[in-house]
Design a protein around this ligand. Structure first.
Ligand code: FAD
Ligand code: NAP
Length: 469
């Protein structure tokens, strides 16, 4: 360990990686951040040179701006409630410029391999073949860039064009065509609505019912409801169901299957437009594909439609191409990490932004970065690997109970309970910690506000309550 550099590696400069870089910089923790693209922002950089962005030209966020912004850098007042992807990319760029983080990021640099060393630390190989050693590794490579195609593939053959939503950019190619969009997540909603404006017909094939949540509920953005905060989250969830039901109506009246689960027991499908397009006759709901049939598709109800193009909006795989499978692999999208951050087997490996919140990822990536910084500086100690595995198993069981056993729902978190849980764990680990820092601070560090109520402004009441306990 004596020859191990006092330095941390960050893979990725999307919103998660830049939050980590900014936090480490503020705490005087030396690091290198490698970014495959030529700018920060990852998914939010339309046509990103890294080829990994799933943004389409018309993409707007579906988590409202105050919920998506970092705690100490509000989005500009002139931004709308649900900004366009260009504004989100601009915001992330301004963030790194404002906090002088940009010069610490090595752009156009892909990490091709990350190997754990026998006595701790990581050997990182870059695309130019150079190798570098680091004391610890933060992984922020994103989890919405590697397309998950239908598995198993549908039987039969199809003569028309087929793409995954990851590659969808504009509706131009669908003008006057018979289009089939498969899936009931947010990509399927946005893309079906958009193609339906130019296509001869857009079919929307769904294999089960989902609750559709409008962007505005009772006159407020979906994630800024006026439910009193003293009501526990479990009850808030129960209250929101009937409100949405009243506003949206019965989905079977629109030709869609009724969901067979309570609201927020699947990743939210958000759309204020899909039902309108159905009622205008521009989108026709269909059940799942049974088989491909030359110039058309046969559905599970036995109906057949002639189709020119299929767009599979079937989600993403969680992959880490730089890890060897014998070290780290997320089989069926499931990577067992403690509170979505710490790997029980590698005490110097951390994941930032590897979670699917019912809300925005950014403030949680910020919290995770502060948590990891405390760990690196010896101010927080982990529970034993056995305790972490028990915690992971408990979370996994809760998730399966609520969401079912599917690769789509392996890392779900509710924002408020997650934040409160991490803050409590940070306090527990601070009391446990008697260990030496993993990293020596290089520069004088800014005050560590990790446990302050300002951490996530809209959750301040939760943190205050927690601090009073
Ligand atoms: C269409 C779409 C819309 C979405 N809308 C929302 C929304 O409204 N609100 C929300 O909260 N979330 C949304 N998400 C989720 C999205 O994952 C997050 O918004 C956010 O992009 C996560 O940031 P990230 O930094 O973790 O990942 P990414 O944005 O994917 O960034 C990862 C970065 O890592 C870099 N990288 C990866 N591998 C390497 C490597 N080997 N070497 C070097 N660099 C590497 C990439 O180049 C990239 O810049 C959406 C996702 C999609 C697909
Ligand atoms: N405007 C926005 O902000 C926006 C837009 C797009 C995406 N996003 C985000 O990006 C992420 C990915 O969203 P996504 O919609 O691309 O993927 P997703 O949420 O994983 O949804 C995939 C959909 O495809 C279905 N599916 C998967 N395999 C199938 C198969 N073989 N046959 C039939 N149906 C199948 C799934 O059904 P099951 O549930 O039954 O598996 C689900 O309905 C999410 O976090 C989402 O919120 C945001």
């Amino acid at each position: 360990m004596a020859d191990m550099p006092n330095r941390v590696c960050i893979i990725g400069a999307g919103s998660s990686g830049i939050s980590a870089a900014k936090t480490l910089k503020e705490r005087g923790i030396p690091f290198d951040c490698y970014e495959a693209g030529d700018r920060v922002g990852g998914n939010w950089v339309y046509e990103n040179r890294n080829g990994m962005s799933s943004a389409y030209k018309s993409l707007f966020i579906n988590t409202s701006k105050p919920r998506m912004q970092f705690s100490d850098y509000p989005m500009p007042d002139h931004y709308p409630v649900f900004p366009h992807h260009t504004q989100i990319a601009e915001y992330f760029n301004n963030y790194v410029e404002h906090f002088n983080v940009k010069q610490h990021i090595r752009f156009n640099t892909t990490v091709t391999s990350a190997i754990p060393l026998e006595n701790g630390g990581w050997e990182i190989t870059l695309h130019d073949g150079s190798t570098h050693r680091y004391r610890a590794l933060l992984v922020a490579n994103g989890h919405h860039w590697d397309p998950r195609w239908p598995e198993p593939p549908f039987e039969g053959h199809f003569d028309g064009s087929v793409i995954h939503s990851h590659y969808y950019k504009t509706p131009d190619a669908y003008m006057d065509k018979q289009v089939l969009v498969l899936g009931f997540g947010n990509s399927a909603m946005d893309i079906a609505v958009e193609t339906s404006r130019v296509s001869a017909m857009t079919y929307l094939a769904v294999r089960r019912g989902f609750h559709i949540i409008p962007k505005y509920i009772l006159g407020r953005p979906l994630d800024q409801q006026a439910i009193p905060k003293f009501i526990p989250w479990a009850w808030q969830r129960k209250l929101i169901g009937p409100i949405i039901r009243l506003q949206v109506g019965k989905l079977s009246d629109f030709g869609l299957p009724e969901p067979d689960y309570p609201i927020l027991h699947a990743h939210p499908t958000v759309s204020s437009e899909i039902l309108n397009r159905i009622t205008h006759g521009c989108i026709k709901p269909k059940p799942n594909i049974q088989r491909l049939d030359g110039d058309g598709v046969i559905f599970t109800d036995g109906s057949r439609e002639r189709v020119d193009c299929i767009i599979y909006c079937t989600g993403y795989k969680v992959t880490f191409p730089f890890f060897r499978p014998e070290h780290i692999v997320a089989k069926n999208n499931d990577l067992p990490v403690f509170r979505r951050v710490f790997h029980p087997r590698y005490p110097d490996l951390f994941f930032i932004g590897l979670l699917q919140p019912l809300g925005a990822i950014m403030p949680l990536a910020e919290l995770q970065s502060k948590w990891v910084s405390r760990y690196l500086l010896g101010k927080y100690a982990l529970p034993s690997p056995e305790e972490m595995m028990q915690d992971i198993q408990r979370e996994r069981e809760e998730m399966r109970k609520r969401y079912g056993n599917s690769p789509r729902h392996t890392m779900q978190v509710d924002v408020e309970p997650y934040v409160v849980g991490v803050l409590k764990e940070m306090e527990r680990g601070a009391k446990r910690s008697q260990r030496l820092p993993l990293i020596k601070q290089e520069a004088p560090a800014a005050q560590d506000a990790s446990l302050s109520p300002e951490l996530i402004p809209h959750l301040a009441h939760q943190n205050q309550r927690h601090h009073q306990n």
